[in-house]
Design a protein around this ligand. Structure first.
Ligand code: GUN
Length: 289
């Protein structure tokens, strides 16, 4: 029997935990704030940004919202980031991606103070993850590790296969699974023997950005399937994996919607609280995701 990993319920659990932490800080007169910047009005970004603000409200932390017009120059954006870096009342800074083509994403990400880099995209955060030092971890892969742990899935010594090598999901996912003592393979568009590799997977993470690209028949029995994809099709929303065909083959699977998606915001809120604590000397040197 395939068990469905309920990301909505697990993300709620995490949000309730963070809500308590935020309330306890508030009682001590400590206010946590996340600044969210969006440039232009990409429809998907509008939805994500709205949900991020709602998440802050739900757990009881402040959010500052900067909705900048599409024509905003790179220098204007960098200048806003510098201003937010300097503000003591701002604990986390998030620049929603993608940015308009005339703005260089890497330059923008590098400008964010690593102490406020709640997205975990700054090269310093990425480097820290690579060598197992404390730092912020990209929210989607961090959320996937939480989903697996809270579902009782052991990762130790497991064959973990990731499809996709993006900076936001695939690469940090590989590092996190490695840190959990998984044996990790990253496949991508140039991988020649993907079918053979898939047959070996005990833990499989799909992040290719193609609707229903994977079918149950490609997996061995008992695989744990994590679907990062999110696509709109004629029947509604679907993932990178054909969910129905995996029933009875996978031991666990995340649905789309309601699997990985809700975890991203929960981990962003988690990172924002860790940022506050770190900035105020309230935490030790432990991992911040
Ligand atoms: N665009 C798609 N996913 C993300 C994310 O996790 N963070 C930011 N800042 N932009 C995104």
């Amino acid at each position: 029997m395939t068990k469905i990993i309920d990301g909505k319920a697990i993300s709620m659990q995490i949000k309730e935990e963070i809500k308590k932490e935020a309330a306890s800080l508030k009682e001590q007169g400590k206010n946590v704030t996340l600044a969210v910047i969006q440039v232009g009005d990409n429809p998907a970004s509008c939805v994500y940004v709205r949900n991020k603000k709602k998440g802050c409200e739900y757990i009881g932390i402040g959010s500052l919202s900067y909705e900048l017009k599409e024509e905003t120059t790179q220098e204007e954006l960098l200048s806003l980031i510098r201003e937010l870096n300097a503000r003591e009342d701002v604990n986390g800074i998030l620049v929603q991606l993608p940015l308009p083509a005339h703005i260089d994403e890497d330059t923008v990400i590098r400008e964010i103070d690593p102490k406020k880099d709640v997205d975990g995209f700054h090269p310093q955060s990425v480097g820290a993850l690579c060598i197992g030092q404390p730092g912020f971890v990209s929210c989607t892969p961090a959320g996937i590790i939480e989903l697996l742990k809270r579902s009782g899935v052991s990762l130790e010594g497991k064959e973990c296969v990731i499809l996709g090598r993006s900076n936001i999901v695939g690469k940090p996912m590989a590092r996190l699974l490695l840190a959990e003592n998984g044996t990790v393979t990253v496949c991508h568009s140039r991988t020649s023997n993907m079918d053979e590799i898939l047959q070996e997977a005990e833990i499989f993470v799909a992040a290719v950005g193609r609707p229903k690209f994977f079918h149950g028949s490609q997996f061995r029995e008992g695989t744990v399937i994590i679907d990062v994809g999110i696509h709109r099709d004629e029947n509604g929303i679907c993932g990178d994996v054909d969910f129905e065909s995996c029933q009875g083959i996978a031991s666990y699977i995340t649905p789309v919607p309601g699997g990985v998606g809700p975890m991203t915001i929960a981990m962003l809120l988690y990172n924002t609280l860790r940022a506050y604590e770190h900035q105020h000397g309230l935490s030790g040197g432990e991992k911040r995701a």
